[in-house]
Unconditional design. Structure first.
Length: 259
């Protein structure tokens, strides 16, 4: 098959393999762009699904139905894959030295073999978390753990979000418990200070001097198996303790009036 007057370049097994060409001239006088989804003689067949391209663009197309495309490089006499397009599966995979790095599915789901990035990563899009969908303002994207989807999390406060168990009325006991809890000044450890097999969790700020309690002494202000401080429980206990103090103040006031 000869290339048409519209393009030139190289041909390999026309109608059976790959054909690539450099566009050099317009179909119509004055044309500078081949429109989106437009057939191109001997290159883009049938009813293409393709973007608009300017003239002098190299187009690589396979002519065999459901044919795949593999781009490889020679490394010391050994071919290594760098791009693989599976037409029937409608997927594309990028490789580094023959190892899969990024896979893109027909549903435009991107799968990374590694999440490591050495540069800045700017998000200008809407994030979804699997079945959890799109989060709302002030919600945080939270890890679900190894090999699990992330979820949206926030300390929701409406009654409808909670399975209520009981109303607390043990103000005096809570006050005594809080009064007995040691309070420390501390700085979070650097992650480099972790012992073998240990994972240090901190706020990301290891310079600030914090004042607070330890989960070892106050498990009632923690979540996530006692690893993380929760202001939800801390505030609830504080309200109970304030009630106990107010009750003491009221008793003192009564005593003064009685005198």
């Amino acid at each position: 098959m000869a290339v048409s007057g519209m393009h030139r370049g190289w041909v390999y097994n026309p109608n059976k393999g790959i054909l690539g060409a450099t566009l050099i001239g317009p179909v119509k006088a004055g044309q500078s762009v081949l429109g989106a989804n437009t057939a191109l003689d001997g290159i883009l067949l049938g009813t293409p699904v393709s973007p608009a391209v300017a003239l002098n663009t190299i187009v690589i197309s396979i002519m065999v139905a459901s044919g795949d495309i593999l781009i490889a490089a020679n490394n010391g006499g050994n071919s290594q894959a760098y791009l693989f397009i599976d037409a029937s599966a409608t997927t594309m995979t990028l490789y580094t030295a023959g190892v899969s790095a990024i896979a893109i599915s027909a549903a435009q789901v991107v799968t990374l073999a590694s999440g490591i990035s050495t540069g800045d990563f700017k998000l200008n899009l809407t994030l979804t978390a699997g079945a959890d969908g799109v989060g709302a303002a002030t919600e945080q994207l939270t890890s679900g753990g190894a090999a699990a989807e992330c979820t949206w999390a926030a300390a929701g406060c409406l009654r409808e979000y909670k399975n209520l168990k009981r109303e607390r009325t043990d103000e005096a006991e809570v006050l005594a418990m809080m009064l007995a809890t040691p309070v420390y000044d501390f700085q979070y450890k650097e992650k480099s200070e972790a012992l073998p097999g240990q994972r240090i969790i901190n706020t990301g700020d290891t310079k600030t001097m914090y004042t607070g309690v330890m989960a070892d002494d106050a498990p009632w202000v923690t979540q996530s198996d006692g690893r993380i401080f929760t202001p939800v429980s801390a505030f609830g206990h504080t309200v109970l303790a304030i009630r106990a103090l107010q009750a003491q103040i009221d008793e003192l006031k009564k005593g003064r009036k009685g005198n």
